[in-house]
Ligand binder design. Structure first.
Ligand code: PLP
Length: 356
């Protein structure tokens, strides 16, 4: 049985990436050592990290004045590291509140004494749409924006207009759709959705924003940049897997091509949901995510039955997040169109049986 994993993360890896990992495990590039064993101070690994950085720079068109950091601690640690490094002028950030993860970013910044002002929120709409935001003066060290809301199922395809530095948590649509890096002062993302495996977090940061004050070493972007992300032992295997994933993405044709495919995949599911009499996606169409699609029947028992039957068919992890209930299909880059078709076919069948 073919299994399609619709998890919000850790997510599916592209099949060619898995195949390459399998091939490399016994002996990486004829070294006689597996990739997990090679020293991060070796030439072998120097090439791995350099390739991964160059490929990411090329794919996202990252200008030279942005540093690329490969870190640990997940996107969650960056909720703390970002205000430490960037909130140095006003010690005050603006938060665009679009749901759970943006709220978490604000909470963690507050814990280290940074003032957080919610400058826009769609809480009153149950986060079923994105809030409007624009400003024309610079009062915050940065405005924090979650480009894709993994749990709620919304995404910013057009960024708000701001005179402030914009910081983007891109965890769940990193490399899935095109953004202009220069619109951001910093971008960060955990790897476990579109860049490989958990344990690696990418930070892309404009160099003039960092190095403003001494910080604990492992949280100091400037120091980490100076040390080429190898202040201590880096997550060697996760960086290697990210490198393979980036090569796969280049082979596909880059982010523009990936976005096209992701739009086709999400359209397939949205179109089904919009004509269905049983299922509903509650998100305002213009604000819908390409990567995380929540849907409901409004009946908890029916949801449970559906999730169990889907799993029996190899359509796994479609249970919705506990905060919103129902179901959620995450269609990250590695999910093939066949998986989405298998899901919509199954939903159609399920609906027909129950509406008989
Ligand atoms: N931000 C977003 C948008 C997420 O989806 C997640 C995890 O799903 C996180 C942050 C937290 O990421 P991590 O588990 O890497 O700390």
């Amino acid at each position: 049985m073919t299994v399609y994993n619709f998890s919000a993360g850790p997510a599916m890896l592209p099949k060619p990436v898995l195949a390459q990992i399998k091939e490399d495990i016994p002996s990486f590039q004829n070294s006689g050592m597996s990739v997990m064993e090679i020293s991060h101070r070796s030439d072998l690994f120097d090439n791995v990290i350099a390739d991964a950085k160059n490929d990411l720079r090329e794919l996202m068109n990252i200008p030279d004045n942005y540093k690329i950091l490969f870190l640990q601690g997940g996107a969650t640690l960056q909720f703390t590291a970002l205000p430490m490094n960037l909130a140095t002028q006003y010690n005050h950030i603006g938060l665009i509140d679009t749901g759970h993860w943006s709220t978490r970013a604000g909470e963690e910044a507050e814990k280290i004494g940074t003032e957080v002002t919610t400058v826009a929120t769609s809480k009153n709409n149950d986060y079923h749409q994105l809030p409007e935001y624009t400003d024309d003066d610079n009062r915050y060290d940065y405005i924090h924006l979650t480009t894709n809301n993994t749990i709620e199922g919304t995404a910013f395809s057009k960024l708000p207009k701001t005179k402030n530095v914009l910081v983007g948590d891109m965890s769940s649509n990193f490399l899935a759709q095109q953004y202009n890096v220069e619109d951001f002062g910093a971008i960060y993302a955990g790897a476990q959705k579109n860049l490989g495996i958990a344990g690696l977090t990418v930070v892309i940061v404009r160099e003039d924003l960092i190095g403003k004050k001494p910080l604990p070493s492992m949280l100091d972007y400037q120091l980490l940049a100076n040390k080429n992300s190898m202040l201590n032992t880096p997550p060697v295997f996760a960086i290697y897997a990210a490198g393979l994933t980036l090569k796969w993405l280049k082979d596909i044709g880059g982010i523009a091509e990936m976005e096209k495919i992701n739009r086709q995949k999400s359209n397939q599911l949205y179109q089904f949901l919009d004509q269905s009499k049983m299922f509903n996606n509650l998100i305002k169409p213009a604000d819908r995510s390409l990567t995380n699609i929540p849907f409901v029947t409004g009946n908890k028992e029916l949801d449970q039955e559906l999730i169990a039957q889907a799993s029996d068919r190899g359509l796994v992890n479609i249970k919705g997040h506990r905060l919103v209930g129902g179901m959620r299909a995450s269609l990250y880059n590695a999910m093939p169109m066949e998986g989405v078709v298998a899901l919509t076919d199954f939903l159609e069948e399920f609906e027909a049986k129950h509406l008989e």
